[in-house]
Design a binder for this molecule. Structure first.
Ligand code: C2E
Ligand code: CA
Ligand code: CA
Length: 535
């Protein structure tokens, strides 16, 4: 395979991807910019509605008091003539007419007996049906008009007496005047027994028949009538625009700020990703080797490859600062394959110095498991090594779970066939470890350093350590302990039956030359001239 070509063509950022990235960037910025006004809108409109409703309640109070006052006058007028009920119309007529003049708002006073109106201050002797059942609570009636003023709404106040009733006619105009008092933004209506009348004097059957929103509705406690205050729904928007512009200004400012913040963040993210991309191509990622030793003898058995970024200006950057982004952007894939190439070169240059079955571990994540390329890469890696000289391990982490798909199943079956060993990294810290154990042919467990740190101590971690060792024994899995720092930990782990160990006690991750000079057999050196001189 021509070095570099596949991952260059496969992982470079084509312009379509860049375009998509730009579009996504713009969409995020726009969303962040619009978020404050969008969130502010319901809050502000709630405020506007509250303000309108408070105003409506004030109007309501004002109107209801005045209308009740009109009915009180009617009530007083009726009270003064109740004694006339039953008297003949001829004798009662004058009293009724005096009553009308003595009380404001009263247009007529009428007497009824046995369900018939028999005497009226306007017409003298009459004979109309009283229709007592048409009165709300037997006391109030709203009529679109009557025989005297057929086109003008009329309110009748009724006061029952022992033998009949007094009916007080009130000109609807008095009510309409109250309803229209200085409240042009609201429609105020008064309702009596399901009939509603507004300032224009038109009687309707429902309060909200106009399609307006009802801001306030209340039944009077003194008389059987209700007052409803409604407003045009468009008024909320109107008020939002005219009265709340300082709030809008503030929200717009917040929108600009949050859009800018997202723009900065995303630019930094994408420039970091671009920087990572550049570094992959410039081969700035180099493999460091940390020794893995045999637990029994402490002799070197292999190494784990841990990447380092040799940044031209920043110097050596540890993996935790770029691996997460590399994984998210998928750049981890070409990065790992370049490391494999490098490691292949390193190991094949010193093949004679490697202990038999040299164990070499690579860290693999979910992004590598999206195609069969990993299989090709592993085959390619193993190709120059004679059988049993090098054993390749892929260490699976759980930072991002490897999905269970037919492709991943096939990938791991094939890896097993070509002799690649699978180790579960950081075993015991994630929650899919046991799932992986079931799904893949796993060969080894790497006990996470957090458990190793507590080795021998009376703690939950040390119990987990014991259980993992037991599990590995039962499943016949190779057990590797990582993060071994002290001799006490080493002794404890050895007794536990751990097969391999890795940790600062045996060596830190170092470049290949350092690794080879410390951990591999020394090459058979020819006698140097200098040594001859000094001898
Ligand atoms: P990891 O795979 O669990 O690797 C072991 C980490 O523990 C390494 O950190 C190693 O330097 C550190 N370590 C080893 N012995 C000891 C010890 O005795 N004490 C302590 N305190 N730490 C010890 P490093 O090199 O910083 O790597 C961190 C992580 O970054 C790795 O954890 C691995 O998950 C990830 N990583 C490193 N290289 C690669 C890579 O090439 N590819 C991928 N996908 N991930 C990598
Ligand atoms: Ca690892
Ligand atoms: Ca680990």
């Amino acid at each position: 395979m021509a070095k570099g070509t596949v991952y260059r063509s496969g992982h470079e950022w084509p312009s379509a991807r860049r375009l998509r990235g730009k579009f996504r960037h713009a969409a995020f910025v726009a969303l962040a910019g619009l978020l404050p006004p969008l969130l502010g809108l319901p809050v502000l409109s709630w405020q506007v509605r509250q303000a309108i409703e408070a105003e409506a309640a004030g109007i309501h109070e004002f109107v209801a008091t005045r209308i009740a006052a009109i009915f009180t006058h009617a009530n007083n007028a009726a009270g003064e003539v109740t004694s006339l009920v039953g008297s003949s119309c001829a004798s009662a007529g004058l009293g009724l007419r005096l009553g009308v003049t003595a009380h404001p708002f009263v247009r007529s006073l009428n007497l009824a007996e046995n369900g018939r109106i028999y005497c009226s201050s306007l017409e003298g002797s009459v004979d109309y049906a009283e229709e007592a059942e048409a009165y709300a609570d037997g006391r109030l009636r709203l009529m679109p008009g009557n025989q005297v003023t057929p086109s003008r709404a009329l309110v009748v106040y009724r006061q029952a007496t022992q033998s009949g009733s007094v009916l007080v006619g009130i000109d609807g105009q008095h009510l309409f005047d109250v309803l229209s008092l200085g409240v042009s933004e609201f429609t105020v209506q008064v309702g009596i027994k399901g009939n509603w009348v507004g300032p224009k004097g038109v009687v309707t059957a429902a309060l909200d028949g106009t399609g307006e929103a009802v801001a306030s509705f209340m039944e009077s406690t003194d008389y059987p009538f209700a007052v409803g205050v409604a407003y045009d729904k468009g008024r909320i928007w109107q008020n939002l625009a005219t009265e709340y512009w300082p709030s809008w200004l503030l929200l717009a400012l917040l929108g600009v700020l949050s859009g800018y913040a997202v723009h900065r963040f995303a630019s930094r993210h994408s420039s970091l990703a671009a920087e990572l991309q550049r570094a992959v191509e410039a081969d700035e990622f180099v493999p460091f080797y940390q020794p893995i030793v045999l637990a029994e003898s402490g002799k070197p058995a292999g190494a784990e490859v841990l990447v380092r970024w040799m940044h031209p200006s920043e110097g050596l950057i540890p993996p935790n600062q770029f691996i997460p982004l590399a994984e998210r952007t998928g750049l981890i894939v070409p990065m790992t394959y370049r490391l494999m190439e490098q490691v292949k070169r390193d190991l094949s240059s010193q093949l004679s110095r490697l202990p038999a079955r040299f164990h070499i571990g690579f860290n693999i994540c979910a992004a590598h498991c999206k195609s069969m390329e990993l299989l090709e890469r592993c085959r390619d890696f193993l190709e120059p090594f004679p059988p049993d000289s090098v054993v390749m391990f892929v260490e699976l982490t759980e930072r991002e779970a490897i999905p269970a798909t037919p492709l991943t199943d096939e990938l791991f079956i094939q890896l097993d066939r070509i002799g690649v060993q699978v180790a579960l990294d950081d075993f015991g810290t994630g929650n899919s470890s046991l799932d992986y154990l079931q799904r893949f042919t796993v060969n080894a467990l790497k006990i996470d350093q957090s458990f190793v740190a507590k080795a021998g101590a009376e703690s939950l971690s040390s119990h987990i350590l014991d259980i993992v060792a037991d599990l590995a024994g039962r499943l016949k899995l190779t057990l590797i302990a990582e993060g071994v720092e002290t001799a006490a930990q080493r002794d404890y782990l050895e007794k536990l039956g751990v097969d391999y160990m890795q940790g600062y006690l045996f060596g830190r991750p170092v470049p290949f030359n350092n690794f080879a000079s410390v951990h591999l057999d020394q090459p058979a050196k020819p006698i140097m001239p200098k040594q001859v001189e000094s001898a």
